[in-house]
Design a protein around this ligand. Structure first.
Ligand SMILES: [Zn+2]
Length: 356
């Protein structure tokens, strides 16, 4: 499920369908694309077909691509009128701007990347996430808050009702479960994300939130910025990083470290994703369902290097990391798409459909 902050930004139904057409021709994986919102495309947003599109993404704080929706009336309109799943990027823009100004006065343009989680602060995240929850409760909106990055936000979510009954859900991303602010020193802009990677306490609380079912699903980022872009100074380097290839091996590594069971990984990366988005006939091993499967070897150590990275951008924040587990085969909608480092590119992935 890909985000709308692309070039061009996905702000009309025509641009959205163009992506689906391209993916049907090219994508080896099954796919869906989020519709994008801005301060002035409400009509287009409300035309989105909930059965064929995963949801609408609202940036309640500007990130890469500048699709900020900060007009409270626009937010109220979309939250109250939309029958779609609304997925939000929550960081309060005014807080971020004030923090950035403070660090600019101290460092000029040479702000070190270690300041990223202080500029895009925990307070900025909570202020925005709590507003999204407040609006969703007011209008009974189907809200999904993306990439939770702080301990405090975990407290916004309910674990007393089953996922299928929830109107407000949330997700954790691999990079927020793996890295902490101690890694900026060695990884620099390669772990510059929005929302920012924060402290070890935040990281551990997000994992606990997953285990307690306050956070519903595990997701990955995938923003394959080039090496040249990421090697620029902190203020110039774009946020985001490539992650789809290493998401599952990283979670399995947390399993080897005794932090999460294999069953919980399958639940949070497959079953719960299907339940959360009401994806039709996927996410479970069931008769009549599509076979979207991975075959793993849990005892096959390997190290991430430039030579085994499959991203076109050619780098990964995991370079040098040894994983104990390896994906050996991948089945996509019933056909063998990947086996022992070879792809079958003759068959393509399918557009996801939703039971709403
Ligand atoms: Zn986002």
């Amino acid at each position: 499920m890909e985000m709308p902050n692309t070039i061009p930004a996905t702000l009309t139904q025509d641009l959205l369908e163009e992506k689906y057409t391209l993916a049907a021709e090219k994508s080896l994986a099954n796919f869906s694309f989020f519709m994008g919102a801005s301060n002035d495309n409400e009509e287009e947003v409300l035309k989105t077909d909930a059965k064929k599109v995963c949801g609408v993404k609202i940036f309640m704080g500007s990130s890469t691509g500048n699709m900020l929706v900060d007009n409270l009336r626009t937010l109220e309109n979309i939250f109250s009128k939309s029958k779609l799943l609304i997925a939000t990027h929550c960081e309060d823009e005014a807080t971020i701007r004030a923090n950035a100004e403070k660090y600019r006065q101290e460092y000029g343009d040479a702000i070190p990347v270690e300041c990223h989680p202080l500029i895009r602060s925990a307070e900025a995240c909570y202020k925005s996430s709590s507003l999204a929850v407040e609006l969703a409760e007011k209008y009974n909106t189907r809200l999904h808050i993306l990439h939770i990055s702080t301990a405090k936000e975990v407290g916004l979510f309910n674990s007393s009702i089953p996922l299928k009954e929830k109107r407000i859900t949330s997700e954790a991303c691999i990079h927020h479960l793996w890295f902490s602010n101690e890694d900026y020193k060695s990884k620099g802009n390669f772990i510059k994300w929005n929302p920012a990677v924060k402290t070890k306490q935040d990281r551990d609380a997000i994992l606990q939130g997953l285990l307690d079912n306050k956070i519903d699903i595990i997701a990955t980022d995938h923003a394959p910025h080039t090496l040249e872009e990421k090697k620029q100074s902190y203020l110039k380097a774009p946020s985001g990083g490539p992650l789809v290839q290493h998401g599952l091996p990283a979670m399995l590594e947390l399993h080897h470290q005794g932090k999460i069971s294999l069953e919980k990984i399958a639940e949070k990366m497959s079953h719960a994703v299907a339940d959360c988005f009401q994806i039709e006939k996927r996410g479970y091993l069931r008769e009549g369902y599509f076979a979207d499967l991975v075959l793993l070897d849990l005892k096959a150590p390997w190290t991430v290097t430039k030579t085994n990275i499959l991203y076109k951008c050619g780098w990964s924040p995991f370079e040098g990391q040894t994983f104990q587990s390896k994906i050996t085969h991948t089945f996509v909608s019933g056909h063998l798409a990947y086996a022992n480092e070879l792809f079958d590119e003759s068959k393509k992935g399918k557009r996801l459909l939703f039971q709403r």
